[in-house]
Structures are given as structure tokens and as C-alpha cells.
Design a protein around this ligand. Sequence first.
Ligand SMILES: NC(=O)c1ccc[n+]([C@@H]2O[C@H](COP(=O)([O-])OP(=O)(O)OC[C@H]3O[C@@H](n4cnc5c(N)ncnc54)[C@H](O)[C@@H]3O)[C@@H](O)[C@H]2O)c1
Length: 257
Amino acid sequence: MKYPKTDYHCLVDKKVIVTGGATGIGAVIAKYFYEQGAQVFVLDILKKEANELIKLMPSTIKLKMPKFFYCDLLETDSIKNTFKDIYYQYGYLDTLCNNAADDERHNWQNISSSEWDYYQNINLKSQFFCIREFVQFVDNSKGASIICMGSISYLNGTVEIPSYSIAKSGLIGLVNTMAKILGERKIRVNLIQPGWTMTKKQLSKWVNKQARELISEKQLLKGEIYPEESARLVLFLASDQSKMITKQIINVDGGWV
Ligand SMILES: NC(=O)c1ccc[n+]([C@@H]2O[C@H](COP(=O)([O-])OP(=O)(O)OC[C@H]3O[C@@H](n4cnc5c(N)ncnc54)[C@H](O)[C@@H]3O)[C@@H](O)[C@H]2O)c1
């Protein structure tokens, strides 16, 4: 599907971190920022995928090739060192998109304590520590925008990913709390909750005939949701067009919940 491009001149030269930007929705978010002339930093554990993605976004007179930083978001020291490295090499940061996640299926009756912790760490805890490191490197005279990627899964009755869904519900508390703390520094914090979004991974692993029937039954707006839908909203929330918008939750789910 072809999406009309919106130009946000205020995003030119902005320094933008996209966690989990090597694949899926994050890769499209990275590409959307690149097309605006922003300097994108992709943080991920998938080196090969990240490098292949970045090759598709060369530097030109107007555009800057994204930079890949290997960062395991399960390790708070890795988060700390990566944000510090980026700041020392490139200067103040403008936007953080907390996008990385893991929605591998797991069963509430069998899940072990360490598996539970793993899903909480990647889907909730890492977002807090990325915010805490990021805000140290924001120019206080300019402010910044933080966009967290949640999910409608804790609202729509999904039962196959309990620790993931519960972690995603915790992001509401994270966004409310951090928006309050950071508002006086002109740092905005908002939450996007996508519906079922057709990434390569979702299509190859879970979107079968039954899933398509469910989507068609539940979404008020018929048709499939692609990563571009969230990416378009991320750009808006990063831009000055939303400069008085903070502490908001926006669902990109075709009206499912
Ligand atoms: N695709 C959907 O249907 C859907 C629905 C609702 C919400 N979301 C949310 O949107 C966001 C993007 O979803 P997606 O489907 O593209 O996810 P994905 O699983 O396809 O990609 C996640 C990315 O995060 C990276 N990542 C995982 N663990 C990491 C770690 N320890 N350190 C660094 N990077 C790590 C992965 O390598 C990958 O590149 C997520 O927050 C997800 O919860 C997606």
C-alpha cells in the first residue's frame, strides 16, 4: 500500500533513537525518520538485520544514513553505555522511540519465574531505563519527545501472551509517571498502542485464516494494519505539530478496543 508522505521540516537533523529498530515496526519507524532528514540511531541485538536495513538508507545531500548500535536492552549497563556513547559522538538527543519488545507466545500455567521476568524486562523495564538514560542527554532549552510502543493486547482479550500483555498494561503507569516528572523540562511522553500489525514476523508466525477472520470481525475499520500506520503517528508525536500533547494513549487498531 502507498502512504502519502507528510514532511515535518522540524525533524530535519533531529537525533532519534529507535529501540528494536532492526526489524518489524521499528525498521519502518527508522525509515520514516530517515526520510525526514533526521539522524537515526538503531538499537538492537540483531546485527545482520540492522546492517542490511541501514544499507537501504544511504547518506545523500539531505539524508543521513542511520547508525546501528548493538545494545541488549535486558542489560541496564548496556543501555547506559550505549546512550552515553551516542551522546559523546553526536551530541544532544531529541527523540526516543521505545519500540523493542518480545511477544513470543507463552502459557500462563507453565511459564517459569525467569521467563516471566524476561517478558517484564524486555517489554516494560527496558523502556523505563531507556527513558532514564535518554533524558540525561536532552538539551533542556529545547525539550524532547518520547514515544513508547504499547499494545492493545491487555484490552482485547489476547490470552496467549500473558506476561507480555501485563507488561504492556504497565506502560500506562510508566507514561503517566514520566510525563508528570518530565513535563517541566519540556519532555513529552506518549504511548501508542497498535492493534494487530502485519509485520513479516506476524505474517509468517501467527496470521492465519482464523486470525484474519478475527481481525475482520473485531476491527471497526476493515482492512489490515501495516507498520506504516504506527510510524506515521510516531512522526507526528515527535514533531512540533504535537508540541502540547503529552501523557496520551493512542490506539492504532482500527477501532478494535
Ligand atoms: N506487530 C504487532 O502486531 C504489534 C501489535 C501490538 C503492539 N506491537 C508493539 O509494537 C512494537 C514493535 O512490534 P514488532 O511487531 O515490530 O516487534 P518485533 O518482535 O517484530 O521486533 C522487535 C524488535 O526488538 C528487538 N529486540 C528484542 N529484544 C531485544 C533486546 N533484548 N535488546 C535489543 N533489541 C531487542 C528485536 O531484535 C526486534 O528487532 C513492540 O513494542 C510491540 O509490542 C506490535
